[in-house]
Design a protein around this ligand. Structure first.
Ligand code: ADP
Length: 683
C-alpha cells in the first residue's frame, strides 16, 4: 500500500530549528486493470521521451519497470522531469494519481516541444555561424591535423609576418595585389610541396625590391667635380665629359640621355670612377659583370615555372642596392657572347633604352619594374668588341693607359697614401722614393693601368707592417729606395734593355693594341727547304692571316727591289709565328711588320730591338692607317722602343700622345712600304 503524506516544513527562525507538519491523505480507488494500463501508457510515453532527450539517463526506466502503483510511478517520473520548483509542489499537492499522470503527459509534451524548438534554433544558429566561421574552423582543423602529423612548421606565423610586411610595404598597387595573391597561394600550400619555397622566395624578392625607394640626389656639379678630383688623378678630359654628361642629364630630365661607356685597359680607374660618380651625386652604387654571359636569361631572368629559377642580374642588383636611382655599373660589356641561348646584348639594350626601361619586365618577377631613374655606366676594355647595336647608343669615353710619370704621380698622390692607411702605418714612419716607385713601375709591373703597381706597393707595406709587429720596431723609420727595393719585392721581374741591340734576323717588333693596353708584338719568320708553303701560328685571326699572305705576295712581286733570291722564296716553306702563342691576335695593322720580318729573314738583315712599327699594307705596298695609336705608343715606350714607324695618315693622332713619350721616341711617317724599307736598310 502506497501512502502519500504531505509534509510541510516550517522554519523557526528564532531557534534555527526546522519544524514539519505531517498529515496523511486519502488514497484514490482505481481498478488494478486501469492502474496497469495507465502505468504501461506512462512508461511508453517516458520511453519515447528519453530517446529524444540526449542527456536523460534511461536508468529511470529500470526504476519504474517493476513498480505497479501508478501513484509511485508518476512521482518517480515527475522527479526526473526538468520542471520548475512550483510545478513540483503542484505535483505534491495533487493527490489524485490520475490527474498527476495527465499533468505528466502535459509536461512531457511541453518538454518535447521545447526540445524541438531548441534544435531548430541550434540549426539556424549553426548556419549563421557556419558561413562566418567555416573558414576559421577549417583552418584550425588543418592546423591541428598538421600538428598531429608532426608537420608543425612555422608557416602560419610566417604568413602573418609576411602579411604584416606587405601591409606596410611601399610599392605600386598592382604589386601589392600580386603580393597578396601570392601570399594566399603560399598559405594554402602544403609545406611539403616543393613549390612552397618557390612562392616564398618570390614574395621575399618582391618585398626586397626598391619599388618606390630612392636616394636624394646631389645636383651640385662643382662639388661633384671636386669629388672626382679628390679620388682620381689627371683624367681631365674624362672628368670634364662626365660633368657635362651629368649637366645634360639634369637639364634633359625625362628626355633621352645617352648612356656613358668607359672604355680602356684594366686598372686605369674605370670602376673607381663610376663609384666616384655615385658618391658625388649621392646615389647608391651597384655593379654587375656581364663578361662571359651568353644567355639572355642571365640578364632578364628565368621564368618562374621551374624550381631553382632566379631573377636576372639586373633585378638581383636592384635588390642589393635598395634604391631605384643608383649608379649601375655594367662591367665587361665587350666580353658578352652570343649563342643559341639568345643574344644578351639585345636584352641589355632593352634595359638601357630610356624609352623601354621604364617598363622593364624580368621573366621571374613578371611585373614591370621602373629602371628609368637608374644611371647606367658601362665599361669595356676593347671598343671594337662591344656589340655593334649597343655601341651605337653609347657615349664612349676612352681612358688610355698611363705613362710612367702619370703612374708615378698617381702612386705618390693616391696609392701610397691609401696603402699607408690601409696597413695601419703612419706617414712619418714610412717614405718611398720616386726612383723606388719608378723601379716598381718598370721592373715589377707590365701594365697599362696601375692595378699591379698598387698590389706591389701594398706588398712593400705589408712587409713593413709585419716587421713592425714582429720586430717591435715601431719607432724606426722605414725608407724604401731603389736600392733596398729587392729586399721587399724580390728579384726584378721585367728588365728593359737599354742597349740598342740587333734582333736575330727574321724577327721584328710590331705594335699591338690589346684589351690589356698597348704592347710590343714581335713577329718571327723562319724558312726551310720546301715547296713555297706558308705556315702561320700564334692564334692568328683571319684578317691577320690575310695580312701575312698579302705581305708574302708583295715581297714576291717586288723581290728584285728587296734583293731577294726568288728561288729561295719558291723552294722554301715559310713559317710565321707570333708569340705569345696562346693569346689571340687579329687585325690588319701588323702588315708592315710581317713584310719587314719576311725581308729580314730572306735577306738576313737584322733589325734593331728599339724599332717598332705598325701599319696595314696593300698588295701595292701602300701603308694604310691603324687604330689605337696612343695605346700602342704608351706600350712601346714602356718596352723601351725609341723609333716608331707608322702610317702618314695617322699623323693627326700624334697630338694625343703624351709629351713625355714624344720626347723619347722618334716617329717616322710612311706612305708606302718602300719608305719603311729605306729606314731598315740604312739601319
Ligand atoms: P678598372 O676598372 O679600369 O680596371 P679600377 O677602377 O679598378 O680600374 O682601378 C684600379 C686601381 O687603380 C684603383 O685602386 C684606383 O683607385 C686606381 N686608379 C686608377 N686610375 C687612377 C687615377 N687616375 N687616380 C687615382 N687612382 C687611380
Amino acid at each position: 500500500m502506497y501512502i502519500k503524506y504531505i509534509i510541510l516544513i516550517l522554519k523557526n527562525n528564532e531557534k534555527n530549528i526546522l519544524n514539519a507538519v505531517i498529515t496523511s491523505t486519502t488514497q484514490f480507488a482505481m481498478s488494478p486493470m486501469d492502474e496497469k494500463a495507465l502505468v504501461r501508457k506512462l512508461m511508453r510515453r517516458v520511453e519515447t521521451y528519453i530517446t529524444k532527450v540526449p542527456n536523460m539517463s534511461n536508468s529511470i526506466l529500470a526504476q519504474i519497470s517493476d513498480v505497479n502503483s501508478i501513484s509511485k510511478v508518476s512521482d518517480i517520473v515527475a522527479n526526473y522531469l526538468p520542471i520548475e520548483f512550483d510545478r513540483r509542489l503542484e505535483y505534491l499537492n495533487t493527490v489524485n494519481p490520475y490527474k498527476r499522470v495527465i499533468m505528466l503527459f502535459e509536461d512531457i509534451k511541453t518538454e518535447e516541444e521545447i526540445l524541438e524548438l531548441d534544435k531548430k534554433i541550434d540549426i539556424k544558429l549553426k548556419k549563421v555561424l557556419d558561413d562566418s566561421q567555416k573558414e576559421f574552423i577549417l583552418r584550425e582543423k588543418i592546423r591541428l591535423i598538421r600538428e598531429e602529423l608532426g608537420d608543425v612548421n612555422l608557416k602560419e606565423s610566417d604568413v602573418n609576418i609576411l602579411k604584416d610586411k606587405i601591409d606596410k610595404f611601399k610599392c605600386p598597387k598592382n604589386i601589392k595585389d600580386k603580393l597578396y595573391s601570392e601570399l594566399k597561394k603560399y598559405e594554402l600550400m602544403n609545406s611539403n610541396s616543393p613549390e612552397v619555397g618557390v612562392v616564398r622566395n618570390y614574395i621575399e624578392l618582391i618585398l626586397s625590391l626598391p619599388w618606390e625607394e630612392s636616394s636624394k640626389e646631389n645636383k651640385d656639379l662643382k662639388l661633384a667635380r671636386k669629388r672626382l678630383d679628390s679620388t682620381h688623378y689627371g683624367l681631365d678630359k674624362v672628368k670634364e665629359r662626365i660633368i657635362e654628361y651629368l649637366a645634360v642629364k639634369q637639364i634633359s630630365e625625362g628626355l633621352k640621355s645617352p648612356i656613358i661607356c668607359l672604355v680602356g685597359p684594366p686598372g686605369v680607374g674605370k670602376t673607381t670612377l663610376a663609384k666616384s660618380i655615385a658618391e658625388c651625386t649621392s646615389r647608391n652604387f651597384v655593379k654587375i659583370s656581364v663578361g662571359g654571359v651568353n644567355d639572355e636569361a642571365e640578364i632578364i631572368g628565368h621564368r618562374r615555372t621551374y624550381i631553382g629559377s632566379n631573377p636576372g642580374r639586373i633585378i638581383n642588383a636592384m635588390k642589393k642596392c635598395k634604391s631605384n636611382n643608383p649608379v649601375f655599373l655594367i662591367d665587361e660589356i665587350d666580353k658578352m657572347t652570343k649563342d643559341i641561348k639568345g643574344d644578351p646584348a639585345s636584352s641589355l639594350l632593352e634595359v638601357l633604352d630610356p624609352e623601354q626601361n621604364k617598363y622593364f619586365v624580368d621573366s621571374y618577377v613578371e611585373e614591370e619594374f621602373d629602371l628609368s631613374n637608374v644611371m647606367f655606366v658601362l665599361t669595356a676594355n676593347y671598343l671594337y668588341q662591344i656589340p655593334e647595336a649597343l655601341r651605337d647608343r653609347l657615349e664612349i669615353i676612352e681612358l688610355s693607359g698611363y705613362t710612367e710619370y702619370e703612374k708615378l704621380d698617381i702612386a705618390k698622390k693616391h696609392i701610397v697614401k691609401k696603402q699607408i692607411i690601409e696597413h695601419g702605418l703612419k706617414d712619418k714612419n714610412v717614405s718611398i722614393s720616386d726612383n723606388a716607385i719608378l723601379s716598381i713601375i718598370r721592373n715589377y709591373t707590365k701594365e697599362a693601368g696601375v692595378r699591379d703597381l698598387e698590389r706591389e706597393i701594398a706588398k712593400v707595406f705589408r712587409k713593413i707592417s709585419t716587421s713592425v709587429v714582429i720586430g717591435e720596431e715601431s719607432k724606426k723609420k722605414y725608407s724604401i729606395t731603389e736600392k733596398n727595393l729587392e729586399s721587399y719585392l724580390g728579384k726584378k721581374k721585367y728588365l728593359i734593355e737599354d742597349n740598342n741591340k740587333k734582333l736575330p734576323y727574321g724577327v721584328v717588333n710590331g705594335l699591338a693594341y690589346t684589351e690589356f693596353g698597348g704592347t710590343i708584338l714581335p713577329i718571327e719568320v723562319a724558312y726551310y727547304k720546301g715547296k713555297g708553303n706558308l705556315m702561320l701560328t700564334g692564334s692568328l685571326g683571319d684578317v691577320m692571316k690575310e695580312s701575312a699572305k698579302i705581305a708574302l705576295s708583295y715581297i714576291k712581286s717586288n723581290y728584285e727591289y728587296f734583293n731577294i733570291n726568288y728561288e729561295l722564296l719558291t723552294e722554301s716553306d715559310i713559317h710565321i709565328h707570333v708569340p705569345e702563342g696562346a693569346v689571340p691576335k687579329d687585325g690588319p695593322s701588323a702588315g708592315i711588320t710581317l713584310t719587314t720580318a719576311l725581308i729580314s729573314a730572306f735577306t738576313k738583315k737584322e733589325i734593331s730591338n728599339k724599332i717598332g712599327m705598325t701599319g696595314e699594307i696593300t698588295l701595292r705596298g701602300d701603308v694604310l692607317p691603324i687604330g689605337g695609336l696612343k695605346e700602342k705608343c704608351i706600350g712601346a715606350h714602356r718596352s723601351g722602343i725609341n723609333t716608331i714607324i707608322l702610317p702618314k695618315t695617322n699623323e693627326k693622332d700624334l697630338e694625343e700622345i703624351p709629351e713625355e713619350i714624344k720626347k723619347d721616341i722618334k716617329f717616322i711617317l710612311v706612305n708606302n712600304y718602300k719608305d719603311v724599307y729605306k729606314v731598315i736598310k740604312e739601319e
